[in-house]
Design a protein around this ligand. Structure first.
Ligand code: F3S
Length: 386
């Protein structure tokens, strides 16, 4: 790999021993994937925000960075908190290192947004920006909906890129890897975007799918992308006439698609738990919800009582907006817990065999024993919709 003089001096130690290690790591990462150069990034997003005990090495490395006074060189946001103080188990067993981890993240200069939906306010990329983000759902949104360019980086690689300000140019940073590969036809009467995303992740695996036109809302794109990036390794999708790199089918494919698949209504319906009344708990918000999403659900809860424990997991600054709305109090009165945590983190050590129903394909994929339902299925399980 050919390095610029600034990059070479960082690697050789002119900015200190820790910066040299970070640069060496970024260079080797790039070499492993055949990158020919490093390019500057506009921002980073870090996924390592759960203070679990086995993360000892991660904390040590962040500690070394902080002790040399190094800070991130680009705006750098961070993933959600896991709800370490929700209960005794989370505080003492699951996330004993949460407070020291957050102190270190602050010491190296990250933005304390604590959300995977960083792209709505805290860290908003422009079309064509090169980034070094981790967190598969955020990577998916940045690439697909905003037309920015980032690979699916790992925890620590995201830190090394943020500290150096550079990332290797390979994969989704290059035009050639952003072209459509698989055409997705839709034979659907009632859209269920997270279910569609989940099925596509399984079928597409790591290709670039191009969906024929459907007028997805921004919220549907968020929730579909989050599911797709969990059940598969998809980091970029296009929607004909909707996402920025797919004004038309001809402009997104180089020749005919490698494969064509059709997703039907029956496919989507097969994802659903057919007896939502069996759920012991309902969880909304993975990726975390915006205020608009919460308000849409809150209307259904106003003046009623949730039949089962129900969580809304929200982007922290969106929760602040929600709190100002009259429906916030009515949501609490209905017995809903409104949280700013990642539900996966908060629930990962839950005891017992509770059936958790969720309209999130990502939570379905990662949370053992979770079941999937459409938003309406989940509202029925809560007893607030017929
Ligand atoms: Fe975000 Fe946690 Fe879900 S990071 S996408 S809320 S698993």
């Amino acid at each position: 790999m050919k390095l610029e003089p600034e990059q070479e001096s960082m690697r050789s130690g002119e900015n200190g021993r820790i910066m040299a290690k970070a640069m060496e790591t970024v260079v080797r990462y790039g070499e492993a994937f055949g990158a020919k150069r490093l390019v500057p990034i506009k921002s980073a997003h870090l996924a390592g925000t759960f203070g679990i005990g086995p993360f000892r090495a991660y904390l040590q490395i962040l500690g070394q960075i902080a002790s040399e006074g190094l800070k991130v060189r680009v705006p750098t946001t961070v993933n959600p908190r896991p709800g370490y103080n929700l209960n005794f188990i989370n505080r003492r067993i699951a996330f004993p290192k949460q407070e020291p981890l957050e102190e270190l993240l602050a010491a190296i200069g990250t933005t304390p947004n604590y959300s995977c939906v960083c792209y709505e306010k805290a860290n908003v990329p422009s079309f064509g920006d090169r980034l070094a983000w981790a967190e598969s759902s955020a990577v998916q949104f940045a690439n697909s909906v905003l037309g920015a360019r980032t690979n699916r980086n790992s925890i620590l690689m995201d830190v090394c890129c943020a500290i150096t300000g550079f990332t290797p140019e390979f994969g989704y940073l290059l035009d050639a890897h952003r072209r459509g590969q698989m055409l997705v036809k839709l034979d659907i009467k009632k859209m269920d975007a997270p279910a569609l995303g989940y099925l596509l992740g399984e079928r597409v695996v790591d290709k670039v799918p191009v969906l024929e036109h459907y007028p997805f809302s921004r919220i549907e794109l968020k929730n579909m992308g989050g599911s797709m990036a969990a059940s598969g390794g998809v980091a970029l999708f296009h929607v004909e006439g909707l996402t920025p790199e797919a004004p038309g089918m001809n402009s997104v494919f180089d020749g005919p698609p490698e494969t064509t698949i059709t997703v039907t209504q029956e496919d989507l319906d097969s994802m659903r738990l057919h007896r939502p009344g069996k759920a012991d708990m309902v969880v909304f918000g993975c990726p975390q919800m915006t205020c608009a999403e919460a308000l849409g659900l809150a209307e259904k809860f106003a003046g009623k009582k949730a039949r089962v424990p129900t969580w809304f997991c929200m982007v922290p600054h969106e929760l602040a907006l929600f709190r100002e709305h009259v429906l916030y109090g009515k949501t609490l009165d209905a017995g809903v817990m409104v949280l700013e945590y990642c539900p996966l983190g908060a629930l990962s050590l839950r005891l017992g065999k509770k059936h958790i129903l969720t309209p999130s394909g990502k939570l379905l994929y990662y949370l053992k024993g979770a079941d999937y339902g459409t938003e309406d299925d989940c509202l029925r399980a809560c007893g607030v919709m017929q």
